[in-house]
Design a protein around this ligand. Sequence first.
Ligand SMILES: Cc1cc2nc3c(=O)[nH]c(=O)nc-3n(C[C@H](O)[C@H](O)[C@H](O)COP(=O)(O)OP(=O)(O)OC[C@H]3O[C@@H](n4cnc5c(N)ncnc54)[C@H](O)[C@@H]3O)c2cc1C
Length: 358
Amino acid sequence: VKGLASVDVLVVGLGPAGARAAATAARGGTKVLGVERKKEVGIPVQCAEFVPLPLSGYANANGVLTQRVAEMASLLPSGTCQRSLAPGLMVDRAAFDAALVRDAQHCGAAVSLATRVVDVDAKRSIATLSARGQQVEIGYRILIAADGPHSTVGEKLGLPVLDTVHTRQYTVPLRQPYSDTDVWLSDAYPGGYAWLFPKGAVANLGLGLHKRHTRNLKQALDRLHKTMVEEGRVGSDVVFRTGGAIPVGGLRDGLAVGNVLFVGDAAGLTHPITGAGIAAAVASGERAGEAAADCLVRGRSDALADFELEIREQYEKTLKRAVERRRWLQQNWASSQPDRDAQYRKAWVAFPEYFAPL
Ligand SMILES: Cc1cc2nc3c(=O)[nH]c(=O)nc-3n(C[C@H](O)[C@H](O)[C@H](O)COP(=O)(O)OP(=O)(O)OC[C@H]3O[C@@H](n4cnc5c(N)ncnc54)[C@H](O)[C@@H]3O)c2cc1C
């Protein structure tokens, strides 16, 4: 783009997906700029902070790992508890994200915080950035949209808005050490579930509900918190409050739209039943950065299309099942089926019924 500042790869959003995309694109030999609207990477945290074991390599930096988790206890409406293996790590998500961004910088990516993408002219491959009250235009050869569930890039390209679930979470003191995760499946949490993730001396206690029930989020969480306090499991203080949106509609129709690649939550890669999205954000970000470098440095013109094919091959089947189960649970929500447990077993990943035909 003549007379205009330009980069090879513009990465929008520096969560796990964007940070990994910036790192691999820069390592692959491209000139990368990663922009993030937050002043400080990862803050405020909007996450229950659980990462599965295969991501432990990314949790080595100082201050990232808080504790290990071995199992998940899934509690059904009848009170039946199913224990299943769910090994993983509880991390300080702000420190986790910051370490990934530092790594991207070590790989050679330039990073600009407090910088928001406010417009994208896809025809001319120009993005408008807003920072410190000023707007500037920047040209790109490839744009990687890692800007989360309400992707501005998707909106500016005129693409459909992703369906999301809304969440609310309190960090509360733990009265006893916890080594496992608790999950509550109940009619009290329509279109979602409630969780407790232990983090050393504290725990993340939260819930997600279908957006039709957003008004009830605080009330439902306060009730769960009160019960836990009465049972002597957690303290009554709330040391941190957060929340956020989780995409639950599955993959976007297109992940490679011209020279724009969608990754992580912006691609709809978060699991629509569990809400887990960090691992897929990291993996898709890495693949997108590699694809961008393959295309621009090695001249592989089909690299972007291959990125989409590979991500679909890896995730689409799992995500489609989860979307199908969500829809089914939603349709059967108000049904008077007496065996509520049977219904939840078909719609939660810890039960074999989830993997059987409906
Ligand atoms: C309450 C809650 C609990 C969760 N718990 C877990 C969990 O325990 N484990 C798990 O695996 N997943 C969890 N998730 C999901 C997980 O947080 C996401 O899947 C993950 O953050 C996706 O990473 P990402 O990089 O795609 O997006 P994000 O982490 O959302 O990063 C997107 C970044 O883009 C920036 N941005 C957005 N728009 C712009 C713009 N226009 N210009 C510049 N920057 C922009 C944002 O500020 C943000 O930093 C949870 C989600 C929520 C809401």
